[in-house]
Design a protein around this ligand. Structure first.
Ligand code: TMP
Ligand code: ASP
Length: 268
């Protein structure tokens, strides 16, 4: 092969967008994109930056698995199919500039903001909205702001909240079944257009980067808080989530990551 780029060997297509953890490339057909998962990790609005070796491979697999299961219960998603270890084919959407956060247990910013101890179970699930704007540090907003500034319509907001609750119900059960407590998570949605009409589908990714996942017996954190809080063992935590989801049977996990590091050593 003749590519020069060492960091992203798949970078042979036109790049559409580069985010903090992923890159979007032009897809093979109109209306499709290729989503490439990087190992880059950021926290606190990119004030903290690092790399988690193998994270992209794990998140690609985990997100594929979760989106496939969600499609199975009738949640429309942008996921089409996984292409290789770091890439998946997705539908091109117009991203709604709102991060939808669902919380079952007090943690992170909610614990800090209200001075409530992390780990306190919530008597009912909370759905929060954050306006996606890095320069503003993704501020918490209400539905009033969303409607007033036209970031989403009333109907879209209803669809997003409804899907977020359905995703929460399903994932809480899925993770409980493998001994993991789904504390909170973030979702992103996109619009797909059909002539003058649009509808909302689930976009982005669902992986330990955007979820809080605590081991139900030990309380151990199996998510990006390991990176945010300098706890170490990030890769092992992400691998443990993938392993419990049954994604790497018979030691295939080490094979996948060995292959990755082998490629890195060869500079490819
Ligand atoms: P928070 O407690 O920091 O508000 O985070 C709530 C959840 O949302 C947590 O599971 C991590 C996720 N999240 C993201 O995926 N991206 C972000 O930029 C932030 C702030 C949180
Ligand atoms: N991804 C976010 C950022 O760096 C932060 C986080 O996930 O905590 O902006």
């Amino acid at each position: 092969m003749t590519f020069q780029g060492k960091k992203h060997p798949m970078a042979r297509r036109r790049q559409i967008y580069e985010g903090k953890a992923k890159i979007l490339y032009e897809g093979p057909e109109p209306g499709t994109l290729i989503q490439y998962f990087k190992d880059d990790a950021t926290a606190f609005n990119a004030q903290k930056k690092g790399t988690i070796n193998g994270k992209g491979v794990l998140n690609n697999r985990i997100s594929e698995h979760v989106f496939t299961l969600l499609a199975g219960i009738g949640i429309p998603t942008h996921f089409i199919r996984r292409l290789n270890m770091r890439e998946q084919l997705i539908r091109q959407v117009e991203i709604v500039p709102i991060e939808v956060v669902v919380r079952n247990v007090v943690a992170g910013s909610l614990a800090k903001k209200l001075g409530i101890e992390e780990g306190t179970p919530l008597p009912r699930t909370i759905v929060e909205y954050y306006y996606k704007d890095d320069a503003l540090g993704d501020p918490l907003v209400t539905d009033e702001h969303i409607l007033c500034f036209g970031w989403a319509s009333q109907e879209e907001l209803h669809d997003m909240a409804d899907m977020a609750i359905r995703v929460n119900d399903f994932l809480s059960g899925l993770f409980a079944g493998i001994g993991i407590r789904l504390v909170d998570f973030k979702l992103e949605f996109g619009r797909i257009w059909d002539n003058d009409y649009s509808r909302i589908i689930l976009a982005d990714e669902i992986s330990p980067d955007g979820c809080r996942l605590w081991d139900m017996t030990t309380g151990e954190k199996l998510d990006k808080d390991r990176f945010r809080r300098d706890l170490g063992g990030e890769v092992e935590a992400y691998q443990e989530v993938a392993r419990r989801l049954g994604l790497f049977p018979e030691g295939e996990d080490s094979a996948v990551l060995d292959l990755e590091s082998h490629r890195k050593r060869r500079g490819k």
